[in-house]
Design a protein around this ligand. Structure first.
Ligand SMILES: Cc1[nH+]cc(COP(=O)(O)O)c(CN[C@@H](CCC(=O)O)C(=O)O)c1O
Length: 304
């Protein structure tokens, strides 16, 4: 296929891409009962390296807990399968997509005896919001759709069913000529993007919504907070950011495995400005770290 990949790991076996099929009556397809991860493998001087495998694997297992979704493969087995998947396809840098979900047995909301299925795919994936976005930033629209509240559904679990909210927000923004949405929570304060965490810079200090705002506990968010603090920045990582603060921010940027560090240059009709100095420093340092141009944070990397 066009992505030059041909193999998927599925329930303990490597299968051809086209044979990685499931039954149409799989529970996860009907009820959104799947959990997934987005993980990047970077091409470094020491070869391909998976970024923060342990944290991503832990989140995958944790995400299934509210739904009783038990994965009966441990982290080491999944890590080795992922490395083998990368080697077999001779990928240097790639995006890794593990997914676990309730499979086919019976239908009805209760999963009863539905089996837990698990698959891991990997493919080359460049800049999530476009190559030019990393430098020039993106225009975002504050969505008319709010984020689901953490009292309604675990927002700290990366559950497939949650992403219909992300689709509604993101597609509304793109229909209106923006690149991505920014989603408020039911209190009307800033939560995050459909697939990214949000950071705000003002007067040299860095703010990002905390988990209580109903966001995903982003691993890139955590990495950037650590990097920023190690650079000497003050980071408020449990901030409540009102909508109005978006329009008086000095800088805004997204973080995510796919988005990496993407500047935001405009919110609705309000110009934030081109990539600011803090965003540029954090973005530059982030790429130095993930492409291993520094030995710092070596514990974050698992070499293939
Ligand atoms: C809702 C949401 N919030 C924040 C993040 C950032 O989390 P982290 O990747 O751990 O830093 C992501 C990742 N979004 C993934 C899925 C993107 C997709 O289109 O699918 C990703 O970035 O891989 C989210 O989906």
């Amino acid at each position: 296929d066009e992505m030059d990949v041909d193999t998927i790991w599925m329930d303990g076996e490597f299968v051809d891409w086209d044979d990685a099929q499931i039954h149409v009556l799989s529970h996860g397809l009907h009820y959104g009962t799947g959990v997934f991860e987005g993980i990047r493998c970077y091409d470094t001087e020491e070869g391909p390296a998976i970024f923060r495998w342990d944290e991503h694997a832990k989140r995958l297992y944790d995400s299934g807990q509210p739904y009783g979704l038990e994965i009966d493969h441990d982290s080491e087995e999944l890590e080795e399968a992922t490395k083998e998947l990368i080697r077999r396809q001779e990928l240097e840098s790639c995006y890794i997509r593990p997914i676990a979900f309730y499979g086919y047995d019976s239908l009805g909301v209760s999963p009863q005896d539905c089996p837990t299925r698990i698959a891991i795919a990997a493919w080359p994936w460049g800049a999530y919001l476009g190559e030019e976005a990393l430098e020039e930033g993106v225009k975002v629209k504050v969505s008319s759709w709010r984020k689901h509240a953490s009292s309604q559904i675990p927002t700290n679990a990366k559950t497939t069913g949650l992403y219909v909210n992300s689709l509604l927000a993101g597609e509304e923004a793109r229909r209106e000529g923006y690149v991505e949405a920014l989603v408020l929570n039911k209190e009307g304060n800033v939560a995050e993007g459909p697939g990214e965490n949000l950071f705000l810079v003002r007067d040299g200090e860095i703010y990002t919504p905390g988990l209580s705002e109903g966001i995903l506990d982003g691993i890139t968010r955590n990495s950037v907070i650590t990097i920023a603090r190690d650079l000497g920045y003050t980071v408020h990582d449990e901030a409540t950011i009102s909508r109005g603060e978006l329009h008086t921010a000095d800088e805004l940027f997204f973080t995510g495995t796919a988005a990496e560090v993407t500047p935001i240059k405009q919110v609705d009709n309000v110009t934030v400005g081109e990539r600011g100095p803090v965003t540029e420093e954090l973005q530059s340092r982030f790429f130095d770290v993930v492409e291993r141009r520094t030995d710092d944070y070596d514990e974050w990397f698992s070499y293939v």
